[in-house]
Design a protein around this ligand. Structure first.
Ligand code: FA5
Length: 346
């Protein structure tokens, strides 16, 4: 009996140590088999040993072995309960589940898209609708219908990227004016945003690919006063009441009279003589405009005796620079997320 008691104590001690090391379901199962396995479990074998214990001691010895079996079972069940309630630190696939989650980057609109939408919102509010046209144009729509005869020096102002034969990358959004006037009757009140292309050397305010928005109004009795009033209203809605705007006489073959519109340089506020945006003048041109030339109306079979109209073409990128206070137009196209993430958190 003394011998059996010693063995019971030894098995209990070994089990306690092994139980402390059981850290997952697999080692727990191995432990259960090692101690309670039906043939060779350490506790099971102790029951075999009971047979050789003298009859008068059997009762007490049986109690001790049963007690050990019970405590081993209770401990194994407790470990099992613990393992199932605590998620494992490392999943079967080797992922550390205790690491903080990775933040998923949610995309947002490009700053130029946001700005284009802002422009559209203001013009939609004034009763304009939105039209689009192709980026690959024919010579006719980009130039001829707009009163640029072939080989006329006025074409030199738009350094054109020709594709093949008659096809070219549109140099401005003005061809959309012609396409809309061909397919609709006055009154017309539209804006047309889109990408345009010119052979340009990039600098802080010029790019070879940039965005414009064209505006066109054709109706009876339309005057330059409507052009001026509408553009001033638009620029105030965009930049606030205090924005300084100036109209300068200019020339475009498809408008007469024509004007270019400058706004005060919002990058240097006219204070930096070396400003790379306004060249130290304190002003920057953002759009060209004018009364639609009667010849252009004739080209699309609109009677210039009955109808008149005005048009403008605004550089979206250049105007966005002022709205956002960005001194370099190239930032818009470099796709640097540190720059892009500053816009449009809504
Ligand atoms: C035109 O493109 C005319 N189609 C505008 C027009 C439309 C006049 C309707 C009359 C009636 P201009 O080449 O000036 O005009 O360009 C208009 C605006 O586009 C400029 O004021 C400027 O804001 C922007 N822009 C011109 N060239 C570039 C360039 N290389 N990079 C970025 N923006 C430019």
């Amino acid at each position: 009996m003394a011998n059996l008691k010693e063995r019971i104590d030894a098995v209990r001690k070994e089990f306690d140590e092994a139980a402390r090391r059981a850290a997952d379901a697999k080692s727990l199962e191995e432990l259960r088999t090692a101690y309670l396995g039906r043939k060779r479990g350490h506790v099971t074998l102790l029951f075999e040993d009971l047979k050789s214990v003298p009859a008068e001691e059997k009762r007490e010895a049986g109690r001790l072995v049963n007690e050990l079996k019970q405590s081993v079972t209770v401990r194994l069940d407790a470990i099992e309960g613990q393992l199932s309630s605590v998620p494992p630190a490392v999943s079967a696939a080797g992922t550390d589940l205790t690491l903080p989650g990775r933040k998923r980057y949610v995309g947002r609109p490009h700053p130029l898209t946001l700005f284009e939408e802002e422009i559209e919102r203001i013009f939609l509010g004034m009763g304009f609708s939105i039209e689009e046209g192709p980026e690959i144009e024919t010579d006719y729509y980009n130039f001829e219908a707009l009163n640029f005869p072939p080989h006329h020096p006025a074409r030199d102002k738009w350094d054109t990227l020709f594709i093949k034969g008659d096809l070219l990358l549109r140099t401005h959004t003005s061809p959309v004016q012609v396409r809309v006037m061909e397919r609709s009757k006055p009154p017309i009140r539209i804006i047309c945003p889109g990408r345009v292309f010119r052979r340009e050397t990039p600098d802080p305010t010029h790019l070879p690919m940039f965005m414009q928005v064209e505006g066109l109004v054709i109706d009876e009795g339309v005057t330059f006063a409507h052009l001026k009033g509408t553009l001033e209203y638009f620029l105030r809605a965009l930049f606030g009441e205090k924005i300084k705007v100036r109209f300068r006489p200019s020339f475009f073959p498809f408008t007469e009279p024509s004007a270019e519109v400058d706004i005060e340089c919002l990058v240097c506020s006219g204070k930096d003589p070396a400003c790379r945006v306004c060249g130290g003048t304190g002003w920057k041109e953002i759009l060209g405009s004018g009364m639609v030339d009667p010849q252009v109306l004739k080209n699309v079979n609109i009677d210039p005796e009955k109808y008149s109209g005005w048009a403008f073409g605004l550089g979206i990128d250049r105007t966005a620079m002022f709205a956002y206070g960005i001194p370099e137009m190239r930032y818009f196209y470099e796709n640097d997320l540190r720059f892009l993430r500053q816009f449009g958190t809504k």
